[in-house]
Design a binder for this molecule. Structure first.
Ligand code: GCU
Length: 617
């Protein structure tokens, strides 16, 4: 708790009146949805944010003008040049790009306004507004007062509004700006659509004066039947009792909160069924303290590596994976709901996957929760992607905050086994130093999961491969691999590097005695385009690339899994090829019309063999 406030306060102390509050596990408590139609003002010149001197109207905290005040003309001579009541609406959650053709390419500010009532069930109760995410920066105001600014497109944030909220007719105004900046995370260049807006759930949270800010459950290291749990309170804590109960396991405990409002439990139960993809056992957990109550479902498992093996509950596992972007391709929009998560993960299940890489940023909370249920292991990642400003302290702080917010949100998900801190970042000392500090952050926050990244590969000669042609010999000796649990990297032999026949000639040198996970490979294919196998963009080329790549990877010592690029085609501003790409990255095994491509079955068959082999062991 202390760390959170210090952290956020440090970043935001200068500009903002209130720090973000640490109210985790909102899906485990009663909340009121503020989703729905919000009135919006598209503001390309930020007229509603800056005064004529280009000074923010909320510089210094007090809002002196602009759209945040949500004003209405008092009478016919009153000059107000905006009106949220008569402004168009957009759906929240939802990106603005897919909701209005005029906003398809729009990058800039959009102001959102939602009116809501906030009757409290008890006078001493507290109120918070919680946002699942907003791309990229969000300035949040309530009844004309500034609540705060959140930076980062894919992480949750919340503000306490107890002092500002009124029982009726509150005005919640959010300026969302998705402009790209070189010092941001991600930076200006990515290969996914810059979907702007309030892209995830917005919730009103009412709590007792003292509430459960967050809880953590995990399997005690080295055991198969001992649960460790920690609970943190927010508010007056003196002598407050904290209770934890696992009804289905018939174990419970209670204790008095310590001076920091925390409590740590250890509970042992003889018959603890461990969570696996084949048997994704989830246990109800009820945590209560005073009037407050949280109910959730959690699984218990251990994940570790030993040499080049990945061990799930002490047993070697092969990761049959696929990469997923947080998008519903058939509707060309950001995914946000439980139904979206179920659709994406069910398609991965159909492929025979027990693992998914949620690329390249924290997906919505429903993904890991549905993965818990369906029995799919997850790799979660923060968008330290390509050429980040490695020596910019603000950029590092931003990346660390996103990692902190992700881990805090999903730390109770049994499905999540890997925290990834980066993707395809060119090797340099500054870069490796930057990434090392993220690894340290992840390990400090959560020492129970694997930490990795999609690392770099280069070609060349190695004395232990005397015969190999340098151009056909791939070397994985990225210095960052020193600090990770996995030796994971992307490789595009046969697509960006050579053509199909090169795959058969490719050999590897891997510097690290760690499990090798291929975090990407693939080829673009337009769904329904057929032709001679060597013709790029045909389904035949893509299928043949899979047919040749999978056995090539199987020869790599320590090959423990892969997540080919990618389950569905996805929108990308970098893919203009008319009649073929038309603004889509088409490396999906499923087209953006939802139709499977030939390569889908090639991978499915490979995974069926792997599953059969694993089951036989
Ligand atoms: C890269 C990158 C992806 C990208 C893919 C591609 O490896 O990590 O984000 O979409 O390659 O080029 O299709």
């Amino acid at each position: 708790m202390k760390k959170l406030f210090l952290f956020t306060a440090a970043i935001f102390a200068v500009a903002e009146v209130r720090a973000e509050v640490g109210i985790a596990d909102v899906f485990a408590r009663q909340t009121t949805s503020l989703n729905g139609k919000w009135n919006v003002i598209v503001d390309p010149y930020d007229t509603g944010y800056f005064d004529y001197r280009r000074q923010p109207y909320d510089a210094g905290g007090k809002v002196t003008g602009g759209y945040a005040l949500d004003k209405q003309a008092k009478d016919k001579s009153d000059l107000i040049e905006y009106n949220f009541d008569t402004s168009p609406t957009l759906n929240v959650p939802g990106d603005w790009n897919s909701q209005d053709d005029k906003l398809f390419y729009y990058e800039g500010s959009v102001w959102y306004r939602r009116k809501f009532d906030a009757p409290k069930t008890a006078a001493d109760h507290r109120l918070f507004v919680y946002f699942g995410a907003a791309n990229y920066e969000a300035d949040v105001y309530l009844n004309g007062q500034k609540l705060g600014k959140h930076i980062g497109a894919f992480t949750p944030f919340a503000y306490e509004i107890t002092a500002l909220a009124q029982a009726k007719n509150n005005s919640l105004v959010v300026r969302v700006n998705n402009s790209r900046h070189a010092d941001a995370v991600p930076t200006v260049n990515t290969d996914w659509w810059n979907y702007g807006g309030l892209t995830r759930d917005v919730l009103l949270v009412e709590t007792p004066a003292t509430f459960i800010a967050r809880f953590r459950t995990q399997l005690k290291a080295g055991t198969t039947n001992t649960i460790q749990a920690s609970v943190e309170l927010d508010g007056a804590i003196q002598g407050q009792t904290i209770k934890i109960n696992f009804p289905s396991l018939k174990i419970a405990a209670e204790m008095t909160a310590d001076k920091d409002g925390g409590a740590r439990f250890e509970l042992t139960t003889p018959n603890l069924a461990l969570w696996t993809p084949e048997n994704p056992v989830l246990n109800d957990v009820v945590i209560s303290s005073g009037e407050d109550l949280l109910q959730d479902r959690v699984g218990f498992r251990s994940i570790a590596t030993r040499g080049t093996d990945i061990l799930l509950n002490g047993k070697k596992v092969f990761l049959r994976g696929i990469c997923i972007h947080e998008e519903v391709a058939t509707e060309g929009r950001r995914a946000w709901s439980e139904a979206d998560a179920r659709m994406l993960l069910s398609r991965a299940k159909e492929l025979g996957c027990n693992f998914v890489r949620l690329a390249h940023y924290p997906h919505n909370e429903h993904m890991a929760r549905v993965a818990d249920e369906l029995g799919i292991l997850c790799w979660e990642e923060i968008p330290v992607y390509w050429t980040i400003q490695w020596t910019n302290p603000a950029t590092l702080k931003n990346a660390r905050k996103q990692l902190y917010d992700l881990i805090t949100r999903d730390q109770n998900r049994a499905s999540v086994i890997v925290w990834s801190v980066a993707n395809e970042t060119p090797v340099s000392a500054e870069r490796t130093k930057f990434l090392k500090s993220l690894v340290d952050e992840a390990r400090e926050l959560d020492g129970t999961r694997l930490v990795s990244a999609a690392m770099e590969v280069h070609s060349g000669t190695m004395e232990n491969h005397p015969g190999a042609q340098p151009e056909n010999h791939k070397i994985v000796d990225d210095p960052f691999g020193e600090y990770t649990d996995l030796c994971s990297f992307n490789q595009y032999t046969g697509w960006y590097d050579g053509t199909l026949e090169k795959i058969d000639r490719t050999t590897w040198s891997i510097k690290y005695n760690k499990p090798v996970v291929i975090s990407e490979f693939g080829a673009d294919a337009k769904q329904g385009l057929h032709g001679e196998v060597l013709t790029r963009f045909t389904e035949e080329y893509q299928a043949e690339l899979y047919r040749r790549t999978l056995p090539m990877l199987d020869l790599i010592p320590g090959f423990s899994g892969c997540t080919p690029w990618i389950l569905f085609d996805f929108r990308s501003p970098r893919r203009p090829l008319p009649g073929i790409e038309d603004g889509w990255n088409i490396k999906g095994l499923t087209g953006h019309d939802g139709e499977k491509k030939m390569a889908f079955d090639v991978l499915k068959n490979f995974y069926a063999e792997k599953a059969k082999a694993a089951a036989a062991k």
